[in-house]
Design a protein around this ligand. Structure first.
Ligand SMILES: [Zn+2]
Length: 73
């Protein structure tokens, strides 16, 4: 898989990413497997990861401003 921005090779890696789920709420997902570009740091999510992420964000507590969730398989 090559980067859609610069064309360099993308590697699988584990990272923490923040997602805005509402104007006032942010969920930080820890230990998430992503494909990341070696040169420009752009990242991509695989379909299976994307689906699980959607479930995590749906289940997030929207009454708190910042929630940290571990991306456990
Ligand atoms: Zn790139």
């Amino acid at each position: 898989m090559n980067c859609h921005v610069c064309g360099s090779k993308m590697d699988e890696t584990i990272t923490d990413l923040p997602f805005k789920v509402r104007d006032t709420s942010i969920v930080i997902v820890k230990d998430m497997p992503v494909l990341q570009c070696q040169s420009c740091r752009e990242y991509l999510l695989k379909d299976s990861i994307m689906q699980r992420l959607e479930n995590i964000l749906k289940a997030a507590d929207r009454s708190v401003e910042l929630e940290i969730v571990k991306f456990a398989a």
